[in-house]
Write a protein that binds this ligand. Structure first.
Ligand SMILES: [Cu+2]
Length: 274
């Protein structure tokens, strides 16, 4: 019986490694500069995979080697300094190798290059909206107290920087190929998480604060964004497209978009009169 269980454990190891190598479950082709994130994931698989293989095969070995035999008795050995030191060192090295690369990648992920263009992504049950700065290159300030049907992103109508902001509700976001983008995240209601798998970048959008990350789109195409934080019954439908295209195509698209002043004339006119 012990031999049958040991054999089953060996088969589990072989099956798991074969599944990892042969099945088409791997990440979608990357479309950003975050190769580091993929490298960290692959490194994590190597370390946890080696740990998994060693532990399961050791169990199988023990089951086989120390199986029941007439007259054989177990020896009581509650402590073994040599084994304890060796195990503590190997475990510590594994934990450091799992955590240290992540810290390096994280520091790059939040160190935004100076020339990055700002794009705001606003989460709301259950859709994504976007905002780009207008000609002045500045996003106007916002507050959820200004949110109404005329002003879905809650821009402060008194802030002149916000009047020329391009507001995109219920449509795709376009980005120019090869240019760094700083993504600013806000939420109007609950915690959402903006995630485009091909960009290998995601971040929670939390009500009451602005979180951010940056990336460079490296491949033209249409990429689906989704919400990666469960946010209510409409969570699976919370999707939008991000279209990465040439600078010319991007500028042409941008010219066709409405500014805050155009899409919310009542709100901005009332503020201008004050
Ligand atoms: Cu959501």
């Amino acid at each position: 019986m012990a031999i049958a269980v040991a054999l089953a454990l060996v088969l589990i190891v072989i099956g798991s490694v074969a599944f990892h190598l042969l099945s088409p479950w791997w990440l979608t082709p990357i479309a950003s500069n975050w190769r580091y994130i993929d490298d960290t994931i692959v490194l994590t698989f190597w370390i946890t995979g080696a740990g998994f293989i060693i532990v399961i095969l050791f169990m199988a070995f023990c089951l086989f080697r120390f199986r029941h035999k007439e007259g054989r008795q177990a020896a009581y050995e509650p402590e073994n300094r040599g084994v304890e030191i060796w195990l503590a060192m190997v475990t510590a090295m594994g934990v450091v190798a799992l955590l240290a690369p992540g810290l390096l990648v994280w520091s790059q992920f939040i160190t935004v290059p100076k020339d990055a263009a700002e794009v705001e992504v606003v989460g709301q049950q259950w859709q994504w909206s976007f905002r780009l700065p207008g000609r002045d290159g500045k996003l106007g300030v916002s507050d959820t107290k200004f949110v109404d049907s005329d002003n879905p992103l809650g821009l402060n109508p008194d802030d002149p920087n916000g009047r020329d902001d391009v507001v995109i509700v219920g449509a795709d976001l376009h980005l120019p190929l090869g240019k760094p983008v700083k993504v600013l995240l806000r939420s109007i209601d609950v915690v959402h998480d903006f995630y485009v798998p091909e960009f290998r970048a995601k971040m929670d959008s939390v009500p009451g604060l602005v979180s951010y990350f940056w990336f460079i789109p490296t491949r033209a195409g249409t990429f689906e964004s989704l919400c990666a934080a469960f946010c209510g019954v409409g969570h699976p439908q919370m999707r939008a497209n991000v279209v990465v295209e040439s600078e010319d195509g991007f500028q042409e698209w941008l010219r066709k978009q409405h500014t805050f002043a155009q899409s919310s004339p009542q709100t901005t006119k009332a503020a201008a009169r004050r």
